[in-house]
Ligand binder design. Structure first.
Ligand SMILES: [Zn+2]
Length: 407
């Protein structure tokens, strides 16, 4: 049997992998984002990641520039923690990262923000007195916006091939980046290359060991399909050790993202570039994450089954069903909880970009006005779970009198 190299563990390269969960997350019509997640655990080091085929990888790369970036840039919500956003949620997350690393740096440090998006964290650092600021981002539209701020050396490029010279930075930042990468190992090698001896690498990742704390929605951290690696501190240490970094410090925080209900279990870590390279010998600690994942998957599978029962009643009644909020939670309900078999009367989203661009099952996304003519006996499923309070307020303003289903 030939084993596809793409399926090797991104940390230790061993090809013995156990699939913990295979789940269809649904898709927008014509999306190139892969629909099915395959959450896998490396049998050698316990790393958790999503196995992708070559076709799925090509689709994901296209998705970033053609779907992900325009939807973020076109978003009308100004309070969510998005790439390039500037609000209390975003600055709260930046503060956690900065507070961890501030004690080890000074204002003369040459800083590279890898995955700088529109330059939000560079702005944050500039306000705190840092002057030598550079950034790189794979999305040209983001990099253009960061460049337009005028104060930073910005290039278009990826973490696995950083378009800067050797040993020219004192601090490399990869905040909410490595979980997106196919080869985090290569990104660490590149960080090592561009860092001066003794330089610092500072990372922020969603902490996979805390995915099932602060429940927000089933499999939420897997539905975010841009995340293909699921790290805890142990696996970041394993990866860092084999690439010549040693742990300096770390912090954990719970940071609100799109709303106060949606909490990022954030893990910030600082490593120093050293001469020591430690082979990735997995300790027992490395398999704790797999146990936590098995629990997370069992809990959320039970929640999915509960939703299937509720949606099963809607299918049986054939009552007209509206859905408000066309995002990843909706797509999962549509595909895996049975919503697509309902008598769908309308798919609603407040984002004008989505209204102009998206369709699901051949049906266009529309504005909430359609509910003014809702059929008697209809039901409305709130898909935008982060914004359910705001949706319910608007439903009462519209005078919607059907059944409201909130998961
Ligand atoms: Zn491994």
């Amino acid at each position: 049997m030939t084993i596809d190299k793409l399926n090797r563990c991104p940390i230790c390269q061993v090809d013995q992998v156990e699939v913990l969960l295979s789940l269809d997350c649904g898709n927008l019509d014509n999306s190139t984002l892969y629909p099915t997640i395959k959450i896998s655990a490396c049998a050698n080091c316990g790393h958790i990641y999503n196995q992708l085929s070559a076709t799925e990888i090509a689709g994901l790369e296209k998705y970033y520039s053609e779907e992900y970036a325009p939807t973020n840039i076109g978003a009308t919500d100004k309070t969510g923690d998005r790439p390039g956003s500037d609000n209390k949620n975003t600055s709260g997350r930046y503060s956690q990262l900065y507070n961890l690393v501030a004690q080890y740096i000074n204002n003369d440090y040459r800083v590279l923000d890898v995955g700088c998006a529109m330059g939000g964290f560079l702005d944050f650092l500039q306000l705190r007195g840092l002057k030598n600021l550079s950034g790189v981002d794979p999305i040209a539209a983001y990099a253009e916006k960061a460049k337009a701020r005028g104060s930073y050396d910005i290039k278009v490029g990826v973490a696995e091939a950083i378009p800067f010279g050797d040993k020219i930075f004192d601090l490399v930042v990869m905040d909410q980046v490595v979980e997106h990468l196919l080869s985090p190992t290569q990104a660490f090698k590149e960080a090592k290359r561009v860092l001066a001896d003794g330089g610092l690498l500072c990372l922020g990742v969603p902490d996979a060991s805390r995915y099932d704390q602060n429940y927000f929605f089933d499999f939420f951290w897997f539905l975010m399909r841009e995340h293909i690696q699921h790290f805890d501190l142990e696996h970041l240490k394993l990866l860092a050790g084999q690439e010549g970094f040693t742990l300096v410090g770390f912090s954990r925080s719970d940071t609100p993202m799109m709303s106060d209900k949606m909490i990022l279990p954030n893990l910030n870590v600082v490593f120093r570039s050293t001469n020591a390279k430690v082979p990735a010998d997995a300790a027992d600690d490395c398999f704790k994450l797999k146990e936590l994942m098995v629990h997370y998957i069992a809990n959320d599978s039970a929640r999915l089954n509960h939703k299937r029962k509720i949606i099963g009643d809607l299918i049986a009644s054939q009552q007209p069903v509206y859905v408000w909020g066309i995002g990843r939670e909706f797509l999962y309900l549509y595909e895996s909880a049975g919503l697509k078999a309902c008598n769908i009367a309308g798919l609603i989203d407040a984002n004008p970009y989505k209204q102009q661009t998206y369709s699901v099952g051949g049906r266009k996304i529309v504005a909430a006005g359609v509910l003014g003519q809702a059929e008697v006996g209809s039901a409305l499923v709130i898909g935008a779970v982060a914004h359910s309070e705001a949706v319910k307020r608007q439903l009462s303003e519209i005078g919607y009198s059907g059944q409201i289903i909130e998961f």
